[in-house]
Design a protein around this ligand. Structure first.
Ligand SMILES: NC(=O)c1ccc[n+]([C@@H]2O[C@H](COP(=O)([O-])OP(=O)(O)OC[C@H]3O[C@@H](n4cnc5c(N)ncnc54)[C@H](OP(=O)(O)O)[C@@H]3O)[C@@H](O)[C@H]2O)c1
Length: 336
């Protein structure tokens, strides 16, 4: 009986050591973005909006890109207030980033000519429609792939060539915890977010001999208009599975993502649940330093049991909800 307690203690100690090292490593110096051109896709709302605000506070020229012009203009006014010098240029552009590559390339190229070469691309555009794989239509699946994968791939594909010519730059790709684990009711969204993880890991290897850095942000549930919208279609099972970790504030999530991007961390996470998931899924992820790797190699084995516990919990939620639905249906039939 002593054995599991010892294991639990070792896991807890290693977790504390890991978090300590993470906090220490997070104190690395940030790359300055003053007078640099930062493009934030999805900058008219939620996490992207707050990243744009924080970039403006750091003295960068900021362009926000999204589709809806009214939302863009309203966000722009709020971001402009945060300028720290008169030379800063803050603007918006309406582009459907998922439309096709030529459109996106032309829009970004015109923007570079007008403002300045893009030094930092923050990909935050995206959105979710929830539902079981057999419930969502094939058209929904294509739409979700377009707004979550291609709206990131097109601008990243454009800027990567430019950054490679200069050998410098920063790219952030916003995935989700659903980039690491398939979850009931998040099917096509999770598929697109898994694809982003593949894209980020591939680019990380391809630019490893340059000063270009890439960050894969994996936000947990965050209180944004997008989150409110996805809740409209979220099945009870999905709410129960993902609801335990609480709701982050978008400004706090933006601070974490921006800091990780500017110090060059490959993964950007916030919260214990994200930490756990990232460690369990860290098998072939890019090198995060010797200390991290030693700790991960010790902690990964015991955490496999914890991961199985999470899977067991999720399956239990699915079973309980199915039983509840069956008893509700029979009660309704009796009433008829
Ligand atoms: N909030 C969360 O809990 C959470 C958790 C994990 C991951 N994430 C991810 O974090 C990112 C930001 O989420 P959020 O909650 O802040 O979302 P949000 O409030 O809905 O903002 C999404 C932004 O993306 C833009 N956008 C969507 N499709 C676009 C397209 N095809 N072309 C150009 N712009 C487009 C939207 O503007 P228009 O509609 O006007 O185009 C909006 O500015 C997303 O990638 C999301 O998947 C969010």
């Amino acid at each position: 009986m002593d054995f599991p307690i010892e294991i639990a203690l070792i896991v807890a100690l290693l977790a504390i050591a890991h978090i300590g090292i993470y906090l220490w490593v997070s104190k690395k110096p940030q790359r300055p973005i003053q007078n640099r051109h930062v493009v934030v896709t999805g900058g008219s709302s939620g996490i992207g909006f707050w990243i744009a605000v924080k970039c403006a506070q750091l003295g960068a020229h900021v362009t926000i890109v999204a589709r809806n012009v009214e939302k863009l203009e309203s966000a722009l006014k709020k971001i402009q207030v945060h300028k720290v010098n008169d030379k800063q240029m803050i603007q918006c552009r309406s582009v459907d980033l998922s439309s096709n590559y030529e459109n996106v390339k032309n829009a970004l190229s015109a923007l570079e000519e007008e403002i300045a070469p893009i030094y930092f691309l923050v990909n935050c555009a995206g959105g979710a429609i929830c539902g079981r794989v057999d419930e969502l239509s094939p058209d929904d699946a294509v739409y979700l792939m377009n707004i979550n994968y291609f709206s990131v791939y097109y601008p990243t594909r454009y800027i990567l060539t430019k950054m490679k010519e200069k050998g410098d730059g920063i790219i952030t790709i916003t995935g989700s915890q659903a980039s690491l684990m398939g979850v009931y009711g998040l099917g096509p969204y999770a598929v697109a977010k898994f694809a982003l993880r593949g894209l980020a890991e591939t680019i990380a290897m391809e630019v490893s001999n340059t000063k270009i850095s890439i960050t894969l942000a994996l936000p947990a549930d965050t209180d944004t208009p997008g989150f409110e919208n996805e809740n409209l279609t979220k099945p009870e099972e999905t709410k129960t599975i993902s609801g335990g970790a609480g709701l982050a504030k978008p400004e706090d999530m933006a601070t974490v993502i921006l800091n990780d991007s500017l110090i060059g961390n490959f993964i950007s996470i916030s919260g214990f649940e994200s930490w756990l998931l990232t460690i369990v899924c860290s098998g072939m992820s890019p090198w995060g330093g010797l200390l991290f790797t030693v700790l991960q190699s010790i902690i990964l084995g015991p955490l496999r049991f914890v991961a199985y516990g999470i899977q067991w919990h999720c399956r239990n939620v699915v079973k309980t909800c199915a039983q509840k639905q069956t008893s509700n249906t029979s009660a309704a039939k009796k009433d008829e």
